[in-house]
Ligand binder design. Structure first.
Ligand code: PLP
Length: 355
């Protein structure tokens, strides 16, 4: 442990004076539940992506509602990457559908279309996670008419040759949880080019003052959260630029023998995580100890026991890439609250590591 200085946190939200003022204005208005700020957030997404958007209480709620609106329910099979968070499984079970776990690609860490054909060719839908900001191959995944939900919880503002990530699937979901690119503390959003799909999401989100009864649920975002999100959304380009700057500094300092996720230096990428790959698990663990000793908080982004095929007690031998990634990856701090002094401290620490 480094002496005389605080550990650099692996992640930390950046809340500015403007963000605080935006929240204060909501508190002063007397309207703190879902209201004009939530509406403004939805309109901003519709302006940038086209189509329509519905803000909800979390990314998990957004996933559930997107599946439900796409009529992916009982009897339907949903392919998911193994190297992902369990929110995917939760949303699929909430919708009454069945998950089908697929291995991932070693370079992008995203769902592998060839593994999909081997393991889940009959899937009705795919949750395509743009893992850590890398683009999943939506065009390959959607073949044979599969419905695509793009999970953009790591990829807000990222784009490729095909345009904004999220805009080519049947629906896209976003999360504004505390550790994401921008945050309301909690929160999520469903986007779709199809207005009718968003109407179905909207219909389920609120139960009060309805003219006919069907079971619904309260999955609303508050205006307090939406004000925070709206305020940070205005800074999205600055956030991207800062994350890119940090990524470039780390790439330049990275000793030989360590690899990174593909596309990290792509200017259009939203660099949500800077994940280092080591050749062997022991080197990852040594790197982790080395960084913590230098006062740099790092994280194993997904531990082996968290892999979705492990949660579902499937044979690990069928998911060799996900297994290897869980054992050989380490995430470095890349959040926009990182100061220049902290950036220099991380760069110094990485450059001194000998694999
Ligand atoms: C965070 C996250 C979710 C879930 O979002 P919550 O807002 O935490 O419910 C889903 N998918 C991915 C890829 C995420 O990173």
């Amino acid at each position: 442990m480094a002496h005389g200085r605080a550990m650099i946190p692996h992640n930390r939200p950046l809340i500015t004076a403007e963000d605080r003022a935006a929240v204060d204005a909501v508190l002063d208005s007397g309207w703190v539940a879902q209201g004009p700020q939530v509406k403004a957030l939805e309109e901003e997404f519709a302006r940038q992506y086209g189509g329509a958007a519905c803000a909800v209480s979390s990314g998990t709620a957004a996933l559930f509602l997107a599946l439900r609106a796409l009529e992916v329910g009982p009897g339907a099979k949903v392919a998911v990457p193994s190297y992902a968070c369990s929110a995917l499984l939760n949303a699929i079970y909430m919708a009454g559908a069945t998950p089908s776990v697929v291995d991932v690609l070693p370079d992008s860490f995203c769902i592998d279309p060839a593994s999909l054909l081997r393991r889940a060719a009959d899937a009705d839908a795919v949750i395509a996670v743009h893992t850590y900001g890398a683009a999943a191959d939506v065009a390959a995944l959607r073949q044979d008419g599969r419905k695509i939900v793009e999970d953009c919880c790591h990829a807000l503002g990222g784009s490729t040759d095909f345009g904004l990530l999220g805009a080519t699937g049947d629906a896209a979901v976003f999360s504004f949880y505390a550790t994401k690119i921008i945050t309301g503390g909690q929160g999520g959003l469903v986007w779709s080019a199809a207005g009718a799909l968003i109407e179905a999401v909207r219909d389920y989100r609120e139960f009060d003052c309805r003219d006919s009864y069907v079971p619904r649920f309260n999955l609303q975002m508050t205006d307090i959260q939406a004000a925070l999100v709206n305020s940070q959304l205005k800074r999205l380009e600055a956030i991207r630029a800062r994350r890119k700057e940090i990524a470039r500094a780390y790439l330049a300092a990275l000793p030989g023998g360590l690899a990174v996720q593909s596309g990290l230096d792509d200017a259009r990428r939203m660099a949500y995580r800077f994940v280092v790959r080591t050749p062997e698990p022991e080197i990852r663990d040594a790197l982790h100890r080395h960084m913590e000793h230098a006062g740099v908080g790092c994280a194993v982004p997904i531990e082996r026991y968290e892999l979705l095929h492990r949660y579902l007690k499937l044979d690990p031998a069928e998911f060799p890439v996900a297994e290897k990634l869980a054992d050989t990856t380490l995430s470095l701090p890349i959040h926009s609250a990182l100061s220049n002094a902290q950036l220099a401290q991380v760069v110094d620490a990485i450059s001194r590591f000998r694999p």
